[in-house]
Ligand binder design. Sequence first.
Ligand SMILES: [Ca+2]
Ligand SMILES: [Ca+2]
Length: 530
Amino acid sequence: MPRRDDLQCFGCQTMNVVPVLLGLMIFGLLAVPSPAAERRPNFLFIIVDDQSPYDLKIYNPRSILNTPNIDRLAAEGVVFDGAYHMGSWSGAVCLPSRTMIMTGRTVWHIPCPGKSAANPNATNPKLVPPDLPQHTLPAVFNRAGYDTMRTCKVGNSYEPANVQFAVRHDATKRGPTDETGSAWHAEQVLAYLADREARADKDPFLIYFGFSHPHDTRDGKPELLARYGAVNHTDRNSLPPANPRQPLLPLNYLPAHPFDNTHMNVRDEVAVSGVWDRRDERTIRNELGREFACVENIDIQIGRVLRRLEEMGELENTYIFYTADHGIAIGAHGLQGKQNLYQHTWRVPFIVKGPGVLAGKRVEGNIYLLDVLATLCDLAGIEAPPTNEGISFRPVLEGKTDRVRDVLYGAYGGGSKPGMRCVKKGDWKLIKYDSPELGVHVTQLFNLAENPYEFLPEHRAAEVTSLTGVVPESHQTNLANDPRYAEKRAEMEALLLAEMRRLDDPYRLWDQPDEASLRGEPKRSLEENK
Ligand SMILES: [Ca+2]
Ligand SMILES: [Ca+2]
């Protein structure tokens, strides 16, 4: 790059000869500081359906799941230990989770499709802006000149955003073959990239690369099932065969959840093909084998797309995100589904690799999936939309800070209301379960540094430890009613209430002040709280 005074001098001397041509040349030199800045970055946002971070070796060293491509992304990028979805007011946890990703808004500030009143705030225009569709991920990136493309499962997401992707190939693919399974989603992306190459399309792209698996039904490909000793079990009247190649039970496995968590009869807990209401060792280990077979296939498909980007010369200029819409239990805490707030389900896997992103870095982050929109905008040099409530975690990706917030809030209210709430700060986490209708009033307090698997007293039972091989220490338990932690519990209870107020949670729990009575209004009846 010539020095500025050289340019001025060069311009003075030659201006009389070919002024227009040289003027343009000089302008060009000044306007383009470096070749790298000419190209805007691409985005490949990979999202899988229902995956616990503990499936993956990067989060659980004892996992036998083989994911070389995801591991490579982790080695070349930033791995988040503190990535969460904010929650759900529906048994279909996908729905609010994916709506939060598309809108960058918090869980009580997003629309709720159809006639469902699952989110009581959904019809309040002050809390859920009517013009929200024009401020969603595809709308914002379309306006900024990006080519937007998506493939994903159908349903349980925010359709007014989905329809705005310029190219869209959605289908629910949970079968055991390439045409009916995860390979289909990869084929859509590969065909899109081939088409761009044929047209020599140089616009930057945003590809939303969604998979339908490992959400049930977890029908794996035969060769991958064999690796994990699993079968696509369909007979409700028999148990799947035991096989030593199957993944071990989760460390926090229980044969049943110790109490009614307000939604024990939800589909995921009683009707998933292959598991149903069973929690025996053979059923759970086989189902984990199926889960792993499905995830390994996803990893293979991701590898195909990454290789293609490399061949096209686009890989180095592409930010790659890997995550899931929420976690899943599959035997942990005696649960099967995604309708709870334990770490295996509230947390999500989250990896980012790309230009300027630190390599091989591990961070807490304390991010929500709803921060993705703000972050993508920040990385693309686009202003986040006015409706956005997320925080860009670009400073975390670039090593400028380790986290974007200190307090995390989670909600689950898809069953009996109000349902479950949790709050986390540092090592401490409070979970509360409330249903006046069911007579459920339970509080759990965990120190996650000492008890990362959220062991309960039931995890110490002989019939459990004989299966898991783990005997939790006496302090690795629910500390909510331990007088030594009364002060900590009070602090966490206050934090939870503050978060519920801040986020317009329309409910209050049994031992929280009733906002209406504080205002001198009559206390809400049970019926109104439902
Ligand atoms: Ca899901
Ligand atoms: Ca284009």
